[in-house]
Design a protein around this ligand. Structure first.
Ligand code: FMN
Length: 325
C-alpha cells in the first residue's frame, strides 16, 4: 500500500523519516525508527570527530539491520564542520542515504557521495531551494513548513502551501514535514503531493528519545501556541518552546545585542542541558508547533504503527465522502 518513490529509493517499508535532530538522534532512536519500518537519521554535526560518528554508526548497526541515514549540516556554524571527513566515514560504512540541510546547496559534496552510492535528500524550507537542489542533482528533496521544530528558514511558509508549491516546482520525489504527528498529517502530506514525510518533534516524545523526563513533560503540557521563533536576527531562525529564557533572547535580539551576548544563551551546550539534563531554564528548547498535538510519551513503534493504521482508516473514509453512493 505504501509504495512510493521514496520507499523504493530507500528500501523502507513506510515513507516515514525521522529528521536528523541535534541532541536527539541517537543510535537507540534511529534504530527504533528503522526497525519500525521508517528511516532513522543520525546527525554528523553532533560528533566532534569522524571516529565518534563511526562509533555511533556501528552502534546503530548493532541495533538494526535496516537502512538508516546520516544528516550533514550546511548551516553556518561557529566552528567549521569537517563534512568531508564525515562523508569519508559515511561512504566507508556503507550508509545508503544522507540528509543535507542548511542554507547552502549540497552541490560541492554530490560527486563524492554519488561515487560512494549514497542517495542525497536535501532538506529546505522554500520551493525555490527545492528547485535549486533538483538542478544541482540531488536524488530527492524534503521541504519543511515553518511550523517545524529546529531551523525554520527565513521565509515563513506553512507546510500546507509549501508542499504544493514544491510539488509544482520539482519532479523529483518529495518528502514533507513541519507539524506532522499522526495519520491525519501523513495522509494530508501525501494528498498535497509528497511521497513521504519527515517527523521531528513527535519523535522527541518517545521512550527511545534520549531526553530528560522534565523536557518530555514540557512537550506534553505545551500548546500549539507555546512556541516562538528565535535567532532570526542572525539569519538562523529556530523554533523553540516559549520560556523566560527564550523571551530574554528575543529581547536581546530586539535591541540588536552583539553575537557575544546572544552566545550566552545560544552558545555552548545550553540547549543540550535543556533537552538532556532537564534544566529548562538553562537555554532554549527547540520544538515545533506540533507540541500542541502531543499528549503522551509512547514508543517509536507505536508512533509509526498508529500512523499506518490510521491512514488505512482515513483513506476509505475519504473515498466514501469523495465518491458518494
Ligand atoms: C530538537 C530539534 C533538533 C533538530 N536538529 C536538526 C538538525 O540538527 N539538523 C536538521 O537538519 N534538522 C534538525 N531538526 C529538524 C528536524 O530534522 C525535522 O526537519 C523537523 O523537526 C520536522 O518538523 P516537526 O518538528 O514539526 O516534525 C531539529 C528539530 C528539533 C525539534
Amino acid at each position: 500500500m505504501f509504495k512510493t518513490r521514496i520507499t523504493e529509493m530507500l528500501g523502507i517499508e513506510y515513507p516515514i523519516i525521522q529528521g536528523g535532530m541535534m541532541w536527539v538522534s541517537c543510535p537507540e532512536l534511529v534504530a527504533a525508527v528503522s526497525n519500525a519500518g521508517g528511516l532513522g537519521i543520525l546527525v554528523s554535526a553532533a560528533y566532534a570527530t569522524k571516529e565518534d560518528l563511526r562509533d555511533d554508526i556501528k552502534k546503530t548497526k548493532s541495533l538494526t539491520d535496516k537502512p538508516f541515514g546520516v544528516n550533514l549540516s550546511l548551516f553556518p556554524s561557529m566552528m567549521a564542520l569537517p563534512n568531508e571527513e564525515y562523508i569519508e566515514v559515511i561512504v566507508d560504512e556503507g550508509i545508503p542515504m544522507v540528509e543535507t540541510s542548511g542554507i547552502r546547496s549540497p552541490e560541492e559534496y554530490l560527486p563524492r557521495l554519488r561515487e560512494g552510492n549514497v542517495k542525497v535528500i536535501h532538506k529546505c524550507a522554500a520551493s525555490r531551494h527545492a528547485k535549486k537542489a533538483e538542478e544541482v542533482g540531488v536524488d530527492a528533496v524534503t521541504v519543511v513548513g515553518m511550523e517545524n521544530g529546529g531551523a525554520t528558514g527565513m521565509l515563513d511558509v506553512g507546510t500546507f502551501v509549501l508542499i504544493q508549491a514544491a510539488a509544482k516546482a520539482i519532479s523529483l520525489p518529495l518528502i514533507a514535514g513541519g507539524g506532522i504527528v499522526d495519520a491525519r498529517g501523513f495522509v494530508a502530506a501525501l494528498a498535497l503531493g509528497a511521497e513521504g514525510v519527515v517527523i521531528g518533534t513527535k519523535f522527541m516524545a518517545t521512550h527511545e528519545a534520549p531526553l530528560h523526563q522534565n523536557f518530555k513533560e514540557w512537550l506534553l503540557r505545551s500548546k500549539e501556541t507555546d512556541t516562538v521563533l528565535v535567532m532570526r536576527s542572525i539569519g538562523n531562525t529556530h523554533r523553540a518552546i516559549k520560556s523566560p529564557i527564550a523571551s530574554k533572547l528575543l529581547d536581546m535580539e530586539a535591541r540588536n545585542a552583539p553575537l557575544e551576548e546572544l552566545q550566552t544563551i545560544i552558545g555552548g551546550s545550553h540547549s543540550e542541558e535543556v533537552l538532556k539534563e532537564g534544566k529548562l531554564d538553562a537555554g532554549v528548547g527547540m520544538a515545533g508547533q506540533a507540541v500542541g498535538l502531543i499528549d503522551k510519551v509512547v514508543s517509536v513503534k507505536e508512533v509509526i504503527d498508529k500512523i499506518i493504521e490510521g491512514a488505512r482508516e482515513i483513506v476509505p473514509r475519504l473515498e466514501k465522502i469523495i465518491t458518494p453512493t
